[in-house]
Design a protein around this ligand. Sequence first.
Ligand SMILES: [Zn+2]
Ligand SMILES: [Zn+2]
Length: 664
Amino acid sequence: MQNKKMTKKTRLSFSAVSIEDKKQENKISVPNTTPGATSGENKTNRSIGPRTPNRKRLQKSSTYQYSKFGKRRGAQNSVGSSGKSMANRNNGEKIPDPAPGNIRIIPLGGVEEIGKNMTAVEIGDDIIVIDAGMHFSTEETPGVDYVIPNTTYLEERKDKIRALIVTHGHLDHIGGVPLVLSRIGNPTVYSRNLSVLMMRKRATEFPQLPPMKENIVEKDSTITCGKIKVRFFGVTHTIPDSMGIIIETDKGWIVTPGDYKLDQVDGIVSKEEEEEYSIFDKAKVLLLLTDSTNIENEGFSLPEVKVHQGLENLIRKVSGRMIIAAFASHITRLAHIVKFAESLGKKIALDGRSMKTNIEVAIEAKLFEPKKGTVIPLEEINNYPPNKVVILMTGAQGEEFASLNRAANKTHTKFTLHKGDTIILSASVVPGNELQVQKMKDGLTRQGVRIISYRTSGEDFIHATGHGNQEDIKWLHRKTHPQFFIPIHGWHSMLVRHKELAMELGMSEENIVVPDNGSIIEISADGKKISMRKERAPSGAMMVDGVSISDTQDVVIRDRKMLAEDGMFVIIALIDQKTGKLKKSPDLISRGFVYLKENQELLRQVRMMIKKTVEDSTARIPGRTDGNQIDFDHIKNGLGETVSKFLYQQTAKRPLVIPVILSV
Ligand SMILES: [Zn+2]
Ligand SMILES: [Zn+2]
């Protein structure tokens, strides 16, 4: 029985196979299944009968399309992204509640990656969630709009969630907020003013969701979430109103600063900063969770004030028009540029949606109040002398549709570059964007403009990271002197490097846990031990793709990757119900695979193969003698397997083969 069922399952239509079959594999590995189901490929072979000579292979490989078979074998050494998120699931195992007195910490996103930060802290009956970020699609998730953390663990414990506390207004901390809130019971969101405004803006993109219950706090506020007292402290970052979080427990404080760097010059930390962190001088810090983004960079981070000075110098001395492309998220810097340009009597034009939105929000938050007439529409820049205009643009990463790139390839409808313009790329190149930035720079150079990037030697500083380097990080560790430590925000190798740094500073190894997304970490009731449980919270990324959100889109993503790599091959076969033979020569459609016109011989062979496969399988259907029934799924599988294998042998390509069977 079990075997029969299994066979049926593997015969689902092609694009649906993967998930179903994976689940099936999971089930098989559960020890309590009937012996027949677990033990026997032989038995499987026999009970299924003579349909396919190679039953075993069909059963396994039908997880993927047959065309994926070769790839699959190769892929076993590395972990494919789809395989990984599957493995991350907990196989339905129930995760027990924390034992009385234990504190549980679960990084649900932001480790094993940079982006989509989210951490849950569970104490007694209360859960506090910290941040709910997103990251944009990568080549791992082609076509997906963006990715948010997996909320399954929280969804199953909605009634315990007391708050979502947000450290600051960057998308890797707030981008998932509207969607996450709607999934975890819409708890109150606590954050500082600008961050709340940024979240409100973000929420306007999801008008269908219930309104956010917000509570604006100050850096010296104290709130109570369930039985837990929480307080905050101010940190320096590239966006104002960034704050760290302190969760008070009977064993000491749990501290996370969010993203931070130190306000320092030449290693001398400013008085304000020292004062802000002085709350830790006499505190017992039980646990520190902190950012590992720049753990590989030596020294202190370049202070933002140096960048401000550099940009001021340039704005003062450049004689023509000045175009500054920067991250729209670096609101502190943008605000400074606007204020400084205004002080020199220059006009500011904004271009790019996120640039306009973020400046709007900053003005709404009263971070600065430009005089009327300082900010002008882009269309009006030509009404002013070139040296009286500064244009702030998006697109320092060469993003295809961002303003600066459109200017570079002359597709900008409202703006053209002039000889003598100066372009300042006030940003580092995010790894992976090098080529597109280079192409953009070429496009700009061809138009006779001057480019100053953060690497241009002899120029002032025009960019600095928002994250602390090694010395900032060491300073924070010394200042907070934690008993336990969990490195977060970064790829695994960065977290391990961060652990080593903590050990160099004197922490012992057993007091540090390097987490993966979904790791369940507990501090014992006596406060003496930190450990990772064997169970894991589900952590497969939730992909937001158009209107759907799901962690089970591996099939879709896999298909997109296959299409991108090897194209598709569609077989349309028309079968005569009575005879079981093909009515006519099958139609073949190929996209992104081979050019059909030049591969006539290949096509001829494929057609013959289709004919033979169809007729062999219709002849062999036992049902045909009594009910005259043709098993279309069976034929489809047979065709998919045979043809994709053949195409692979002939071309070394593995197109997505889609057999379509019609009958008359
Ligand atoms: Zn940030
Ligand atoms: Zn961040």
